[in-house]
Write a protein that binds this ligand. Structure first.
Ligand code: ADP
Length: 268
């Protein structure tokens, strides 16, 4: 029966005996699937009305006379909030898709350096007001098997966080390197850092290290949950090292078995 999900736990004792416990977790799985479907459906349904509201607001803002500054300011604020809602809905939808096991994953050879160059360029463009120094350090041209769109989302979330949580004139480094144990994507910043007590829960949905700070940062609280799920699909691990006031390093380690074996893959 495809609807029955069983969980087995085997315990070995010193005298060679084994104890096997079988649990029927079908109901938990079913409820979890319902939750995921519900979030995906609601997010999808909210998109259309929001697009209409945003479209009208843009038209009103463009056509409004300059002798109505209050109205214009109010409409601009409403427009900003619709943009926030749009980001939230898109992230919710992406996360719901990532969490569901239904999707056929397309694991193709992905050039991470290419993705990183795009992310680096985008970051330079949006970062102007904060004057960060953003450095791209590509140490290997190694290609890995992966889902290109998912990887792009994960890496750009890490980059956007580095920009958000690093004050003006900070330094951010985006690195891609390899050793015998894996290939690594690393985002390092010298920003506000994270207190150790928050680290274990950071990749939970809507978990924030600091509520008040978060409100100003404009994030959705879903970025690291997205990163976690993308890495899970790639059998990769996320490591976070951070010091409050000093900065943070987010490292994604991809296993060597994802590397595409190719002759003459030289260091860039
Ligand atoms: P958000 O939309 O709030 O940024 P995320 O899931 O991306 O949501 O991150 C969760 C929390 O982790 C953030 O609210 C912030 O407190 C903390 N965080 C993430 N990245 C960094 C970083 N580079 N520096 C400091 N804090 C960070």
């Amino acid at each position: 029966n495809p609807n029955v999900v069983l969980q087995f736990q085997i315990t070995a004792f010193g005298d060679g005996e084994r104890l096997m416990v079988t649990r029927d977790v079908s109901r938990i799985h079913h409820l979890e699937k319902m939750r995921q479907d519900f979030v995906a459906n609601v997010s999808h349904e909210l998109r259309t009305p929001l697009t209409v509201i945003k479209g009208y607001l843009e038209t009103f803002i463009d056509t409004l006379n300059s002798d109505q500054p209050h109205l214009k300011r109010g409409l601009s604020q409403m427009h900003q909030q619709t943009q926030r809602m749009e980001l939230l809905i898109n992230d919710l939808l992406l996360l719901a898709r990532l969490e569901s096991d239904d999707k056929e994953r397309t694991m193709t050879p992905v050039s991470v350096p290419k993705i990183l160059r795009q992310i680096h360029n985008d970051a330079l463009a949006i970062n102007e007001s904060k004057q960060h120094k953003i450095i791209l350090d590509i140490d290997t041209n190694l290609i890995i098997y992966g889902d290109e769109n998912e990887l792009r989302s994960a890496f750009s979330n890490l980059m956007m966080n580095a920009i958000k949580y690093t004050p003006e004139n900070g330094r951010i480094e985006l690195r891609w390197w390899a050793d015998e144990e894996g290939v690594y994507l690393e985002v390092e910043d010298d920003g506000i850092g994270i207190d150790e007590k928050h680290l274990p829960r950071l990749t939970e949905r809507f978990y924030r290290a600091d509520q008040s700070r978060h409100a100003k940062s404009g994030g959705t609280g879903l970025g690291l949950a997205i990163v976690k799920h993308v890495l899970l699909h790639h059998d990769a691990k996320l490591e976070i090292v951070s010091d409050p006031g000093e900065g943070s390093v987010f490292t994604c380690r991809f296993p060597t078995r994802l590397m595409v074996k190719k002759e003459n893959q030289s260091v860039a």
